[in-house]
Ligand binder design. Structure first.
Ligand SMILES: [Zn+2]
Length: 116
């Protein structure tokens, strides 16, 4: 994944939000990042930090990242498996041997934005 590009698109979204609302500056952004999204949280925060000097909109923004665990579901029996670590993921249902569908844990989204 290209965390630099993701950081830039986050800034673009914030600029759009700012243009459409009455906020002058963004004080806090909460991001939801699935542990299977392929996004390296540290690298993303580093990229955002690097953009801070050139993008005044995030000059004083606090970024909070909430990492979500992975949920996988068996299509046959409906059993849900949860994983806190992507290395633990078993891709087959323990009871049916059917491939599991990842239903959560791949997302990367902005939960909410606070501004003044
Ligand atoms: Zn099953």
């Amino acid at each position: 994944m290209h965390e630099g590009a993701i950081a830039e698109s986050i800034v673009d979204i914030l600029k759009r939000v700012k243009a459409e609302s009455s906020i002058d500056k963004v004080t806090k952004v909460r991001l939801k990042i699935g542990i299977m999204s392929g996004v390296m949280v540290d690298a993303l925060l580093f990229a955002l930090e690097a953009l801070r000097t050139e993008e005044s909109i995030i000059k004083e923004t606090e970024f909070e990242v909430i990492e979500t665990q992975v949920k996988a579901k068996c299509n046959l029996c409906g059993k849900i498996y949860s994983y806190n670590d992507s290395t633990d993921i078993v891709m087959l249902c323990e009871s049916c041997g059917m491939p599991l569908d990842i239903v959560e844990g791949k997302e990367m989204e902005i939960i909410d934005i606070e501004g003044d």
